[in-house]
Design a protein around this ligand. Structure first.
Ligand code: ZN
Ligand code: ZN
Length: 261
């Protein structure tokens, strides 16, 4: 019976592949979908990604692997030894407890984020949010978070883009685990200029006080996981964490899909 089921499944898959040949969602190529597994702390992720991404694109994705800063998740050049706190985290105070990311913001992960965010390729929402879920499961106990809050866009930008990429990514973390997704708890009260090309000081100045909590009672005593697409200097995440903590959140952690080094 099982062999029969497997046979029909194979026939069905062959039929499906012939009618709808799979295209890599990042580079658009038809052939050579990824088969090869690559081990990382996030598990053998390309096996799942093979449905969506080709082998070449999977190989150019670099997951964040140990060791990295226990606080901000900054990866170290050395792959050996336990994680420790990086120099920046030793000398400054963050409002969030810890930040983790799935991979480095380069190669085809960068390409995927650009296509998703600026190109409006919403078919990437599923694979990318599933990477968010796997990263969440790797670095957090599910009891340590009860609410997911995406970094908000300004309403004018949201209207222009039509979706908030952070919200779609964050939806991967919630579900049957009882964690709620609240896309309205936090809002952006003034439009900030794009952060690209700004120095660290300029970014911090640019972002400070750009966010506000809409309903403090909704975040009070909550263990919040703030989600976004990319962690660059941490200025955006920390500005959000600050207003959430000031509104009474119990703690704020940060999960992003990618991270710059
Ligand atoms: Zn590809
Ligand atoms: Zn650090």
């Amino acid at each position: 019976m099982r062999a029969e089921a497997a046979f029909f499944q194979e026939v069905w898959q062959a039929f499906w592949a012939a009618v709808f040949p799979r295209k890599c969602l990042i580079c658009g190529k038809l052939e050579g979908m990824a088969v090869e597994a690559r081990s990382s702390e996030v598990g053998a992720w390309p096996e799942q990604m093979a449905v969506w991404f080709c082998g070449t694109c999977c190989r150019s994705i670099a997951p964040v692997v140990p060791s990295f800063c226990v606080r901000c998740g900054r990866p170290y050049a050395s792959r050996q030894g336990p994680g420790h706190t990086c120099l920046e985290c030793l000398t400054r105070q963050w409002y969030f407890e810890k930040a983790r990311a799935f991979g480095l913001y380069q190669g085809s992960l960068l390409e995927a984020i650009h296509r998703f965010k600026y190109g409006g390729k919403l078919s990437l929402a599923r694979p990318l949010s599933s990477l968010m879920r796997r990263t969440f499961e790797t670095f957090w106990e599910k009891e340590s978070v009860d609410m997911v809050v995406p970094v908000p866009l300004h309403r004018r930008r949201l209207r222009k883009r039509g979706f908030n990429q952070a919200y779609l990514l964050g939806s991967g973390v919630t579900g049957k685990n009882g964690i709620v997704l609240d896309g309205r708890a936090l809002y952006r009260r003034r439009k900030t200029e794009p952060q690209t090309g700004l120095s660290r000081e300029q970014r911090q100045k640019n972002i400070r006080r750009a966010f506000a909590v809409r309903w403090p009672e909704r975040v009070q005593d909550r263990k919040i996981l703030l989600v976004d697409d990319v962690f660059t200097t941490g200025a955006t995440a920390d500005a959000c964490a600050q207003v959430l903590m000031e509104a009474g959140a119990a703690r704020v952690d940060v999960l992003t899909l990618a991270r710059t080094v």
